[in-house]
Design a protein around this ligand. Sequence first.
Ligand code: PNS
Length: 160
Amino acid sequence: MRAVCPGSFDPITHGHVDVIGRAAALFDEVIVAVGRNSAKNYLFDTDERVELVSAATAGIPNVRVVVLTGLLVDFCRDQGAAVVVKGLRFASDFDFELQMAHINHSLTDLETVLLPASARWGTLSSTMIREVASLGGDVTAFVPPLVAERIHEKRVNRNG
Ligand code: PNS
């Protein structure tokens, strides 16, 4: 069975990689769908986010990375996936994910599996990473090495 892990991944964190890896252990194939949320201002453009997600998941053989455009339900139908996997950190995630799961199921019967984030990365978010990084903090403990490198490069380019 094929599953889709959708997200903005701006940037991908150890928390995302953990959920993707655990989804890959549960399903035959996982497609990581790198999308754009129109309500968000992105640090990395789509090509950069795809590159960083690809690098971070390169060690997981049954994972593919694809750009998500349009509705998630249409994307899943086109990719032959009947299930979406989302990581769940705290109650506010659940409220939002439940709404998304309901509308997606109403649209095309797409199922949603909510995986609890591991305790280690349970409250990590890309928003926090961007905030710490933009104020000059060290994010290397929370993101894959290439992400930390690219954040560093952006800072050097901006300041230099
Ligand atoms: O959790 P994120 O990172 O904000 O997710 C972003 C993304 C692009 C995965 C999400 O916004 C999405 O699924 N967009 C596709 C449009 C869609 O199907 N929305 C849900 C129905 S309202």
